[in-house]
Ligand binder design. Structure first.
Ligand SMILES: [Zn+2]
Length: 242
């Protein structure tokens, strides 16, 4: 493992490995996408896998990265191209402890149809609040970019679009969710995708009656209190213990 992670609580390392596997198991990430956690010992660093498919991540694949995107250790392995998503969100939001970035399919239509805002359709996704903002990469990178958040400048622009929200969609790309702990970020990534599926279904039937902001806030609080129930189930599933 990266020597820069030597002092990290083994329980967090375990959760990071499980988080990678759970996100794949539940269809949030495929060969691409990534999850990170802020270093609890040094908030100017975060923990993330080296560049590889999340389903294959083990503890030895985790690495430590400075918020500006530089790996902490000399001769570090290849890092994800889009690590700037994580670093710049941690820099802009000192309250954020974990970040998940994915290209999960059901969310994509809400990234590209400007009249369709991702909103909470049920209590499981109250964290979406009043509706997810959409990051327009053209505003920073022009009209011929490769769509990837591959620089600090683009990461900072994404963080500005996120603002004080828990989720930001990315036009023509995917989405990024934040959490105040790692398990919460995983939960949110899973339910952002499920909410998008349900909302698209509802829009085919008619006009959805979304949660009010008050309902969204209160149901999100209630779910936060229960998050270990889902985590324990998902963890056992990916470990083959169920
Ligand atoms: Zn991406």
């Amino acid at each position: 493992m990266d020597r820069a992670l030597a002092d990290i609580d083994p329980a967090l390392i375990e959760d990071m490995v499980d988080a990678n596997h759970i996100l794949y198991h539940l269809g949030v990430v495929d060969g691409f996408g990534h999850v990170s956690a802020r270093d609890p010992n040094d908030p100017s660093r975060f923990i993330i896998s080296r560049s590889m498919a999340p389903a294959l991540v083990g503890a030895d694949d985790l690495m430590s990265i400075h918020l500006d995107g530089r790996p902490v250790s000399d001769n570090a392995p290849t890092a994800y191209l889009e690590r700037f998503i994580h670093g710049e969100i941690y820099r802009a939001r000192p309250d954020v402890v974990a970040v998940v970035h994915s290209h999960s399919a059901a969310v994509i239509p809400f990234c590209i149809v400007s009249t369709a805002t991702l909103k909470p359709v049920y209590h499981m996704s109250g964290f979406i609040g009043e509706g997810a903002p959409v990051f327009e990469i053209r505003d920073t990178a022009g009209s011929s970019s490769d769509m990837l958040v591959r620089s600090n400048e683009l990461g900072a622009a994404l963080a500005r679009s996120l603002g004080g929200n828990n989720i930001v969609l990315m036009r023509g790309h995917g989405s990024t969710v934040i959490g105040f702990n790692l398990r919460q970020a995983v939960y949110r990534a899973v339910y952002a995708e499920l909410n998008a599926k349900l909302q698209a279904e509802a829009l085919r039937l008619g006009t959805p009656n979304y949660l009010t902001l008050g309902e969204a806030v209160e149901s999100a609080k209630a779910n936060d209190g229960q998050q270990n129930r889902s985590w324990e189930l998902w963890k056992r599933e990916v470990r083959g213990e169920r």
